[in-house]
Design a protein around this ligand. Structure first.
Ligand SMILES: [Zn+2]
Length: 295
């Protein structure tokens, strides 16, 4: 078996990456269904895929990414338009699965695929409804702890030959991540509420940071908060200001202050950046910082 895998690697280096991307795109297709059905409070397993007109969608019209382009974004049954978001979520999931697959041992990659899927579902539900459902974030946090136990590579723990030692170390890092992630966001929320005199972020963001900490550890949680906030501010402040200017509300500071923007998607983006490309520099930064502070 390993010889076959080795030969595959030598002769068709694109074979496994392609399989991973297709697998990710299929998962993305399911995530689209999850976003829609969780937001609407429906079961995610039953019934099978149906069009909004009630007709079932045939499997050949349900091919991730491709079907949308073949059907030119319209349902075959009733020509109802489908959002470009569906193929985009499928492509995004495929791409994230591939980036994770390239950088992590298979056990850690599998856990991070689940994490990425949870972040995608949470993000799009948050964008659609301004709510983060507990089934995603609280469920995801407990799942993160369980996966940290079963797959210690998730936190880079491989120091001992005895599985249970690695598992306990990994769970400790996961729980520390939950406490740091949720704890820091609680105090940022309190501080922002004190200064702005209104609710600055939701309860959902606190639990979301628990999930991010459970999978990424404390370094990843801190990066998600600070990296995500900087990214969010860099994109949202000009957008919100522009929108206010267009409406002629530029001088009205109160109107600017009252615009609601979901914070969760930016935390999720920070967490995804950490796991796919910034883990090494962020961890090195915190190590240097701790040596500088406590020599
Ligand atoms: Zn239809």
């Amino acid at each position: 078996m390993t010889e076959i895998a080795h030969n595959m690697q030598a002769h068709w280096p694109w074979f496994w990456p392609l399989i991973v991307f297709i697998f990710g795109a299929c998962v993305g297709s399911f995530l689209n269904v999850c976003v829609y059905r969780i937001a609407a409070g429906k079961s995610i397993v039953r019934p099978g895929s149906t069009c909004a007109c009630g007709k079932p969608i045939r499997f050949y019209d349900n091919i991730p990414i491709l079907s949308w382009f073949i059907l030119r974004g319209k349902a075959r049954c009733c020509k109802r338009p489908f959002s470009i978001r569906y193929p985009l979520v499928e492509a995004l999931t495929g791409l994230l699965f591939l980036l994770i697959y390239w950088q992590y041992p298979l056990g850690a990659a599998a856990a991070l695929w689940i994490f990425a899927a949870l972040l995608i579902v949470g993000t799009f539900i948050d964008i659609d409804t301004m709510q983060l459902p507990d089934v995603v974030t609280v469920g995801g946090t407990f799942l993160g702890v369980a996966l940290s136990f079963a797959l210690p590579q998730l936190h880079g723990v491989a120091g001992s030959d005895i599985f249970i030692v690695n598992a306990i170390r990994s769970v400790t890092l996961s729980v520390l991540g939950i406490v740091v992630g949720s704890g820091v966001i609680v105090w940022i929320r309190e501080g922002a509420q004190f200064i702005m005199r209104r609710e600055a972020m939701g309860y959902g963001d606190i639990v979301l940071m628990g999930m991010i900490g459970a999978f990424c550890g404390w370094q990843g949680a801190l990066f998600a908060i600070f990296g995500g906030s900087i990214l969010g501010a860099a994109v949202m402040i000009p957008l919100v200001a522009l929108r206010a200017l267009k409406k002629g509300e530029g001088q009205n500071a109160a109107a600017l202050r009252n615009i609601e923007v979901p914070f969760g998607p930016w935390l999720s983006l920070g967490a995804l950046l950490y796991i796919v490309c910034l883990r090494a520099p962020v961890d090195a930064y915190f190590l240097n910082l701790s040596e500088l502070l406590f020599p």
